[in-house]
Design a protein around this ligand. Structure first.
Ligand SMILES: Nc1ncnc2c1ncn2[C@@H]1O[C@H](COP(=O)(O)OP(=O)(O)OP(=O)(O)O)[C@@H](O)[C@H]1O
Ligand SMILES: [Mg+2]
Length: 616
């Protein structure tokens, strides 16, 4: 759509069809009175789309190469035979099309996108049918190849026709449920062929699919995925335009991660930029893989959320949710987790894994470096008044601090989806060997779900204090041969859970669903979310009441103290002694003074109790 919108911007909002008509008219045609829109476009057409200009650009004059000729042929592709078409090899057009910013290019593109094609392509897009768009591309491609003397295969980054149809081309994400279903159906179809259509129920299943009703060759082609859209084809400078870079928050094997502020929405994001240019390299597929996985999986609380991705200078950039707590690995460098924290970690990561696995996908690189934390202040913290001088004077700053610290809600999220693969068609890129089970290193991919469970087991072991994990050696083998040492600070049941999760036999390991039945998680899991949030609300209310009481008590103490001071100064004033009324009141006050002190004492005691209540 980039080219289209460029035209629309220049035209100040006129319709694309109008522009096409203007731009596609032969340069020799007399200038006609046109709207200001057309006048801005016509000079481009007259200057750059003339055959002479093409000649200059290409360094050849071959009339067969005339873009006008090609245009007239292509615009009537359904009516005319290809005999009058250019017989030049495709590379000329490839070059012409790749010069996206040269004035000749728009014309060339428009030639291939005549009104008829535009209409049909738009229709395809309106119906959100990638397959249809791909079909159009294919038909154009075959037409183009017919017109050439020697058809050549176009390399991935020099695909003139794909560029021509760039507006209508998009990658097919292999991880979406639709793609997985299509894959299944394809398999079913093949099986039916082999089984000689004997399975009636399967036939009925296929017949129920309207797309597969039409059993002709065309429909088969329609379902073939288009070629992968290369990163180079989507280079858009965007990082500097849309974001303010705040800091570098991490460096991994594959990418540098920056904390960035979006200029428009004012929110902070983590933008991961590939360290090396990936377009056209062997890492391109891996980079795209991460985007595909994020796009499908970024909608769960325990998976890092994905916002967008694009290519710039042949680098891949992925805009993700910024996790303000950093990675679990960086937390573990400071301290290990206690059992109550480990339970939360297990609960969250297992939830994330259950979600990933429910999509028939596996992470394949689960580790502390790829688990991120978000710390969100609960509602309470916002209600808490800021610490005043008084708080420090009265020694209550500690309590406030404690309360505010306990108000952070931590969520663990699975990130770095660069190794995600489908269990149905696994393409395993081995992750970090410290967390991989033996069977994966032996190329046994029959139980990929359980490889993630193994990695989670070792992550828990590391987080509990068993780390750093070995990369090789006897210790490495022990962790994979059912000899995981007990962590002394953990309960028996937690140690047992780690052992079963890291069992050498993948079948013995729990699944991301059955793990919730384990007693370690059972107590947490047996309570519904509603129940837990209700309990949380009750506890928050209790805290609120106690806080209010604490504040009231402080106020009362203060007012008594002020009264006491006033009385004291009154008592010491020599003037008052001369006054009879004063003497009378003094006698009364003298009587009251001990009881006032007593009251102050008892208030202090009560205050202490409130403070103790807070602590426990
Ligand atoms: N969403 C995020 N929020 C906060 N920090 C992040 C985020 N994503 C990544 N980081 C930081 O950047 C580091 C590297 O990120 P990431 O793991 O995605 O890169 P990588 O190159 O794929 O790493 P590797 O392949 O070595 O695991 C992380 O360890 C973390 O410190
Ligand atoms: Mg990582």
């Amino acid at each position: 759509m980039a080219f289209r919108s460029r035209l629309q911007n220049k035209s100040g909002g006129s319709s694309i069809e109008q522009l096409e008509i203007e731009m596609c008219s032969p340069s020799s045609s007399p200038p006609v009175p046109v709207s200001p829109v057309c006048t801005t476009i016509l000079p481009r057409k007259l200057r750059f789309a003339s055959p002479s200009r093409d000649e200059d650009d290409e360094g050849t004059s071959g009339s067969d190469d005339s873009p006008f000729k090609a245009k007239s042929e292509n615009s009537n592709d359904s009516a005319k035979t290809p005999t009058t078409m250019s017989i030049s090899p495709p590379y000329r057009k490839v070059r012409a099309l790749r010069l996206f910013d040269t004035p000749a290019t728009p014309k060339t593109i428009l030639e291939h996108c005549g009104p008829a094609k535009e209409k049909s392509s738009a229709k395809a897009l309106n119906h959100l049918s990638l397959a249809a768009a791909s079909d159009i591309t294919k038909r154009q491609e075959s037409l183009f190849l017919k017109a050439t003397e020697r058809p050549r295969s176009l390399p991935l980054h020099n695909r003139a026709l794909d560029n021509v149809m760039q507006q209508q081309t998009a990658n097919v994400n292999p991880f979406t449920p639709d793609s997985l279903m299509a894959h299944n159906k394809k398999r079913c179809r093949t099986q039916i062929g082999r089984e000689n259509l004997s399975n009636r129920s399967l036939q009925m299943f296929l017949n129920s699919d309207e797309d597969l009703n039409n059993d002709n060759e065309q429909s088969t082609e329609m379902h073939q995925a288009p070629k992968r859209l290369a990163l180079q084809d989507t280079n858009i400078s965007r990082y500097k335009k849309e974001f303010v870079e705040l800091s570098v928050i991490g460096i991994g094997e594959f990418g540098m991660v920056y904390q960035c502020l979006n200029r428009l929405d004012g929110c902070i994001y983590a933008i991961k930029k590939s360290i090396k240019p990936v377009a056209g390299s062997s890492f391109e597929k891996q980079a795209l893989n991460e985007v595909w996985a994020h796009a499908v999986l970024g909608k769960h609380d325990n998976v890092v959320r994905y916002y967008s991705a694009w290519a710039e200078d042949n680098h891949m950039l992925i805009q993700n949710e910024y996790c303000n707590g950093g990675s679990l690995q960086s937390l573990l460098q400071k301290r290990c987790l206690v059992e109550s924290e480990l339970r939360i970690l297990l609960l969250h990561v297992a939830e994330g894994l259950r979600y990933i696995h429910s999509n028939d996908l596996v992470h394949m690189d689960l580790k502390s470096g790829n688990i991120f934390l978000t710390k969100v202040p609960s509602v309470h913290k916002t209600v808490m008044p800021p610490l005043t001088k008084e708080c420090y004077e009265t020694g209550m700053d500690g309590i406030y601090e404690e309360l505010s610290n306990s108000e952070w809600l931590i969520t663990y999220k699975i990130g770095d989806l660069g190794h995600v693969t489908s269990v149905k068609e696994p393409c395993v890129e081995e992750g970090d060997c410290r967390y991989l089970p033996k069977e994966i290193l032996e190329d046994d991919f029959s139980n990929l779900f359980k490889a993630d469970i193994f990695a989670l087991g070792l992550t828990l072991y590391e987080a509990a204090g068993g780390g750093p994990l070995p990369k090789n050696g006897q210790e490495w083998h022990n962790l994979r041969d059912n000899k995981v040492p007990d962590i002394p600070t953990l309960s028996r049941e937690f140690n047992d859970l780690i052992k079963i999760m890291t069992h050498s036999d993948p079948k013995k390991r729990p699944s991301s669903t059955s793990i919730f039945n384990h007693s370690v998680l059972n107590s947490l899991e047996s309570k519904s979310k509603a129940q837990l949030s209700q309990e949380l609300t009750i506890e928050k209310r209790k805290n609120e009441i106690l806080l209010r009481k604490l504040r009231e008590a402080r106020k009362t103490i203060k007012s008594y103290e002020q009264n006491a001071k006033a009385h004291h100064s009154h008592f010491n004033s020599p003037q008052k002694f001369s006054d009879q009324r004063c003497l009378r009141s003094l006698t009364r006050k003298k009587h009251n003074t001990p009881s006032l002190n007593g009251k102050l004492e008892s208030l202090r005691d009560r205050n202490k109790n409130v403070i103790n209540n807070f602590k426990y």
